[in-house]
Ligand binder design. Structure first.
Ligand code: ADP
Length: 143
């Protein structure tokens, strides 16, 4: 077991549906600890960095537009093996393929953009988590 901190973004679909508190409760119910939390608008520059691995995909402009529909909420969440555990709680990228009981299965878009409107981002490795926490939080904003 490793004590880790992961970076979560509540995406604009979660903000618009008023389910941020519900999702946050699921994380807290697992015993994970909030170490940092803020609301921010994702600029083109931040999104280009954060989604550099999909920047050349045809769907990237849609993802950028979606991620700028509302400000997002960034969360630094600490816990034992939190990185993989939160990815499991989230479910796969495609909300339609996500099992009931997972966040994307319960709250993701099932009709239209199921692969895009999928509630939360969560870091997928310790390296990504470290880089993403630096990207979204300034020194002194994670406790
Ligand atoms: P994940 O967020 O599950 O780690 P990726 O890193 O592959 O997934 O993709 C980043 C985000 O881009 C996804 O969460 C989703 O919002 C969007 N996305 C991924 N694949 C597609 C797709 N085929 N069509 C539309 N949006 C997509």
């Amino acid at each position: 077991m490793a004590l880790e901190t992961t970076l979560i973004l509540f995406k604009p679909d979660a903000v618009a549906k008023n389910i941020v508190g519900t999702v946050l409760s699921r994380f807290e119910n697992e015993g994970f600890k909030i170490r940092g939390m803020k609301m921010l608008f994702l600029t083109d520059e931040l999104l280009a960095d954060h989604y550099s691995h999909i920047a050349d995909k045809p769907f990237f402009p849609s993802v950028r537009g979606f991620m700028q529909e509302t400000p997002v909420i960034a969360l630094a969440l600490e816990g034992d093996d939190v990185i993989v555990k939160v990815r499991d709680l989230l479910g796969p990228t495609d909300s339609k393929a996500a099992a009931p009981g997972t966040l994307r299965g319960d709250f993701g878009d099932k009709e239209g953009d199921a692969k895009m409107r999928n509630v939360c981002h969560a870091s997928d490795s310790p390296e990504a988590a470290a880089a993403e926490i630096q990207r979204f939080f300034k020194d002194g904003e994670v406790f």
